[in-house]
Design a protein around this ligand. Structure first.
Ligand code: AVI
Length: 314
């Protein structure tokens, strides 16, 4: 684990244009900061998807084309706290659908919390948590031969490059059967005055979220980053439709990392690219899906048309 972290950091910081992988944002502190981000007024994504789940629950369920007499599996990749999904679970259960809910997450802690809260709020729903890597878990579920609806919400796909997203969806399709569904949450392309503040909130939580990566490297890799000497500096250009987060070195400085045994040099103003948050439209998604087994069957958007949950059919 630490070896992998150190290796990724070394690769990223040795590039002419330095990078750090965003997946390392999410330690305990990072998870808590991300929950705070989701509650920031500027971070519209969570609210918009919640609106879709609250106001279009019946239409979402209809799009699954599930038969009330046939058992199916509702699988959620990266379930988080399950707030959005609980709307769906409640409606499915009230309407008498036969299903198990299988939240898949790499964090045992968040799965345990989710299971406890669902046991209290929706005791009639059968919850089967799956702890581990998405594809490992999908592989183990694959042979069950029951119809499946997979949820991949929250614009998590947006943190992948288009090539990685395409490969991910290809592999996901390979683990499903004809007729299975995927509900994919995507943030839609829109102007910078709306997107950029979502990645640069006034309270500075997103900045802390990025800087947390430096604290994490100090604590886990024996690095000597001075977090006060780096500045969170996100960018977004509507033509490209990708929000990019950077940590900018406030001055010329050098940082040692014990775990890699190296020293890394930063010029004043030099950027470390930490994350992409891709925004979508129908064309971009269609191109990404071209080599996969999925096609777009429906699109659910919020009132402002900021966010879309696409129903894809295998
Ligand atoms: C998890 N992911 C969809 C978030 C996003 O919007 O890209 C992560 C995030 N990064 C900064 N703010 C939120």
């Amino acid at each position: 684990m630490i070896e992998q972290f150190a290796k990724s950091v070394d690769i990223g910081l040795s590039k002419p244009e330095k990078t750090l992988p965003s997946k390392y944002f999410y330690d305990k502190n990072g998870d808590a900061l991300f929950v705070e981000i989701m509650n920031m007024p500027e971070y519209y994504l969570t609210r918009c998807e919640m609106e879709i789940f609250s106001t279009q629950t019946a239409a979402l369920i209809e799009s699954f084309q599930a038969d009330k007499n046939t058992y199916f599996e509702l699988i959620e990749l990266g379930a988080g706290d399950g707030t959005k999904t609980s709307k769906l679970l409640e409606a499915l259960s009230t309407e008498g659908y036969q299903f198990d809910y299988l939240p898949v997450d790499i964090s045992k802690n968040s799965l345990d919390q989710l299971q406890t809260s669902l046991e209290q709020s929706l005791p009639d729903v059968s919850v089967i948590p799956k702890h581990g890597d998405y594809f490992e878990m999908l592989g183990s579920i694959k042979d069950s031969h029951h119809p499946k609806v997979v949820l991949f919400l929250g614009s998590n796909i947006g943190n992948m490059t288009d090539a990685v997203a395409s490969d991910f969806l290809y592999q996901l399709g390979a683990n499903l059967s004809k007729g299975d569904k995927l509900l994919l949450g995507t943030d839609l392309i829109k102007s910078a005055d709306i997107v950029l503040p979502a990645y640069n909130d006034k309270k500075g939580i997103t900045s802390e979220f990025n800087i947390n990566l430096l604290h994490r490297m100090n604590a886990e890799l024996g690095a000597s980053f001075d977090p006060d000497e780096f500045v969170h500096a996100p960018e977004y250009c509507i033509d490209e439709g990708i929000a990019k987060s950077y940590l900018l070195s406030a001055r010329k400085q050098s940082v040692e990392i014990e775990a890699t045994g190296k020293t890394y040099h930063f010029k004043e103003g030099e950027k470390i690219h930490t994350e992409i948050s891709r925004k979508y439209n129908d064309d971009i998604l269609s191109k990404i899906l071209a080599k996969t087994d999925f096609e777009i069957t429906q699109k659910f958007t919020d009132q402002n048309n900021y966010f879309a949950d696409y129903l894809l059919s295998r």
